[in-house]
Write a protein that binds this ligand. Structure first.
Ligand SMILES: Nc1ncnc2c1ncn2[C@@H]1O[C@H](COP(=O)(O)OP(=O)(O)OP(=O)(O)O)[C@@H](O)[C@H]1O
Length: 733
């Protein structure tokens, strides 16, 4: 039997499938490890990446396109990995004919184990006409020889540390819960005494006393409940804030490459994960503990009254749980279909909201809305089927529960007529039976919450265990010139090559050798996709080189602290971000208290001061996230002002003025000439006017440097550079 292993992130399905198959053959692999081997990206793992990871851990692999019949015939090679909905991976571990029809057993890392009919299966699996794609895995000797890195153990201890500061409050919650449980146990006893000793002997004083006692207990339960809820909210909130804030702090320390494989949703998921853990820590576990205690006490009382009643209770409770379980299992397939349709629904809504402009411009509205309506119809149908099934399950459950009550009452009534049980005891028993359902449900909820918390912890562990970008032994960047003939002052790049996605991925940069002199302007030009931005990202230590070295004033960038480097760099990226804050805050991001003169100077240099001063609140005007409410050119000028305000030693501009009109560009260009003096500047640009005056121009093509020199020398060569800029030359720009 295959063990289900859930994916942790949206793009983790491939590695999770591989871990499941390895587990099936007896090796427990760590998902993080397999993920690294598969060279995961934001688009997930490719089939070839998965194949390679499988071979790496010792499988012989065969990936092939085949029909459903061919797939069934290969059942001796199950479990295999299937390409699902053309964007996902699942494990197929069994095909079983039942009543003349084939049923397919799959483990979907996003959902769980599920049994699908042939129709449903083919609709998810087959991509074109009658074919689908499968990856068969056969463990070779190497598989058994390798000792896998085990899954990182879930560290509940580290989570318990969050509770430590609140241990007294926890103790109070504990006491309150104990008191609450104590009170509940007394109710059936009071009922029994009331009937047997009070009513039967017509002792009014005792009746009053018992009822007053009951009232006091009720008040006690209410008061305890109020304090308990208050304390739980308080502790829960404190714990949750600490966990999430620690998580954010840790996230900020991770290298940029970590974020390359994650979607926004993955981080949102992790924040929700923190809530699961908090929920588990602060309420579920304690309440379950006390539910369990109450349950045991009631259990003992029932046994004391009449063991037959206890037996009936237990048998029928087990019966109702089995009944529910049977139907819930059946429901799983429907849940699966609904889950898939919900994903489609979300995607469709997201697309409509994001693509509204294009939709309106290109008359795509009706088509998209009809597609959305079709999804709604399917969702409605599936909801109806689920409702029908739920009704069967609930009716049966209720029926068994009521039967339980009737049989118990019947046995108790017979016992009363036989004088082996008193009337008071009978009432007390019905009270207990009624109360015992609560704890059973609570224990089921707890088990689910425990599963959630376990998965959440695994996801958080991945972030927690990831190495920080900054480590203690890294050197600070030295910006002073070194007077030593062996050391090149500036940035020197030696035999640099780079791949984004591991050994099998294409080289984005190839064998780059380049000197970027200190205090000079270097321009990089080249066709789109030639690797200019990538080179800049490597210079900023977003990624480490695959091969080769980058030196800053003689120091290998690998040994330099990225923080100290970025502190000295003014960077304008192509996709620079504007925060939802005031203009001043957006320019002076690094300073707690900003220097108004510096701010003004930066804005003037970036030629945005006039615009800012025309706004009612001037520098204190708030702008929207991602620069809503300002134009593309204004956004770029703000980003340039941000870089200038920093007064950096190194300047990196990636298409920083691409959205500017010629006049604005000229003004900024002229302003910047002064600012650039004495600074090491790297500009990536397509516009001739921006690069013409650079001290050196580097031309890139397909990840390689094809030419370098000054504008004049490169134009004379009439080669790549000349071809890139000749139209602009003709226009005399
Ligand atoms: N995060 C990434 N993961 C994988 N491949 C990437 C990633 N970023 C860029 N690439 C690929 O690297 C190649 C070079 O991209 P890069 O952005 O460096 O080019 P560029 O010269 O700056 O292009 P442009 O002028 O269009 O900005 C492209 O083929 C691109 O698809």
């Amino acid at each position: 039997m295959i063990k289900f292993i859930p994916q942790r992130d949206q793009m983790d399905c491939g590695p999770a499938c591989l871990v499941m198959v390895a587990n099936f053959y007896g090796k427990k692999y760590n998902l993080d490890y397999v993920r690294k081997k598969s060279f995961i990206t934001k688009e997930g793992v490719s089939f070839s990446g998965l194949k390679e990871a499988a071979q790496d851990i010792g499988f012989e692999t065969l990936s092939t396109q085949l029909t459903i019949k061919q797939l069934i015939d290969k059942n001796e090679y199950f479990p295999c990995i299937l390409h699902w909905n053309q964007k996902h991976f699942v494990v197929l571990y069994k095909v079983k004919p039942t009543k003349g029809k084939n049923y397919f057993y799959i483990a979907d890392p996003e959902f769980g184990k599920i049994k699908l009919s042939e129709d449903k299966f083919t609709s998810h699996w087959q991509s074109n006409s009658n074919y689908g794609v499968a990856l068969f895995l056969n463990p070779a000797n190497k598989f058994y020889e390798l000792n896998p890195e085990p899954e990182t153990t879930i560290n509940f201890k580290y989570i318990l540390n969050y509770i430590k500061p609140h241990k007294y409050k926890f103790f109070k919650i504990f006491l309150l819960l104990l008191a609450g449980s104590g009170f509940t146990v007394f109710f059936p006893l009071i009922t029994q005494k009331l009937i047997d000793d009070g009513i039967r002997t017509k002792n009014l004083n005792l009746i009053i006393l018992l009822l007053l006692g009951q009232l006091a207990l009720y008040i006690g339960v209410i008061v305890v409940g109020i304090f308990r809820n208050w304390l739980m909210l308080y502790v829960g909130n404190k714990v949750s804030i600490t966990i999430i804030s620690d998580f954010f702090k840790k996230m900020m320390k991770l290298p940029m490459s970590f974020f390359d494989t994650k979607m926004i949703g993955d981080f949102q998921q992790r924040i929700q994960d923190n809530e699961h853990i908090e929920d588990f820590l602060t309420s579920n576990s304690l309440i379950t503990l006390f539910s369990f205690i109450t349950f045991s006490v009631f259990f003992a009382i029932l046994m004391y009254y009449d063991y037959k009643i206890l037996l009936v209770y237990l048998t029928l409770t087990v019966g109702s749980v089995v009944w529910s379980y049977y139907w819930l299992n059946k429901r799983k397939m429907l849940d699966y279909i609904r889950f898939q349709q919900r994903v489609e629904n979300q995607e469709s809504v997201y697309e409509m909201l994001n693509g509204i402009t294009e939709m309106k411009l290109n008359r795509f509205e009706t088509y998209k809305i009809t597609a959305w309506e079709k999804i709604q119809k399917q969702l409605f149908d599936i909801n109806l089927r689920i409702l029908r099934l739920d009704q069967v399950q609930l009716s049966g459950f209720e029926f068994l529960n009521q039967t339980k009550n009737i049989i118990v009452t019947f046995i108790a009534a017979i016992a009363v007529t036989n004088n082996t049980l008193t009337l008071g005891e009978l009432l007390s028993i019905s009270y207990i039976i009624g109360q015992m359902n609560g704890p059973v449900n609570q224990i089921i909820t707890f088990l689910r919450s425990f599963q959630d918390a376990k998965l959440s912890l695994l996801r958080l562990n991945e972030v927690k265990n990831h190495d920080d970008e900054e480590t203690k032994n890294l050197k600070l960047l030295n910006t002073n010139s070194i007077h030593n003939s062996n050391v090149y002052n500036g940035i020197s790049i030696k035999n640099l090559s780079f791949q984004y996605e591991g050994p099998k991925s294409p080289y984005v940069l190839r064998n780059i050798n380049l000197l970027i002199p200190e205090g000079k302007v270097t321009a990089i030009v080249g066709a789109s996709g030639s690797g200019k931005t990538t080179l800049m990202k490597l210079l900023l230590k977003f990624y480490n080189p695959t091969n080769g070295t980058i030196f800053y004033n003689g120091d290998d960038l690998l040994n330099l602290s990225p923080g100290s480097l970025r502190e000295k760099c003014g960077v304008v990226m192509q996709d620079g971000f504007i925060f939802s804050d005031t203009i001043a805050r957006n320019i002076a991001t690094g300073d707690d208290k900003f220097d108004y003169n510096k701010l003004k100077h930066a804005a003037v240099m970036a030629n945005i001061d006039d615009f800012i001063m025309s706004l009612p609140l001037k520098y204190n005007t708030k702008i929207g996230a991602a620069g809503n409410g300002i134009s593309g050119g204004q956004k770029q000028r703000l980003l340039i002002a941000r870089a200038i305000y920093k007064a950096p030693q190194y300047i990196f501009f990636d298409e920083a003025s691409s959205a500017l009109d010629a006049e604005n560009e000229k003004i900024i260009h002229d302003n910047l000439q002064n600012f650039f003096k004495g600074k090491t500047v790297i500009v990536i640009a397509h516009r001739l006017s921006t690069v013409k005056n650079a001290d050196q121009i580097i031309v890139m093509n397909n990840g390689e440097i094809t030419e370098s020199g000054t504008h004049e020398s490169l134009v004379k060569q009439e080669s790549n550079y000349y071809n890139l800029v000749k139209n602009q030359l003709a226009l005399g720009t």
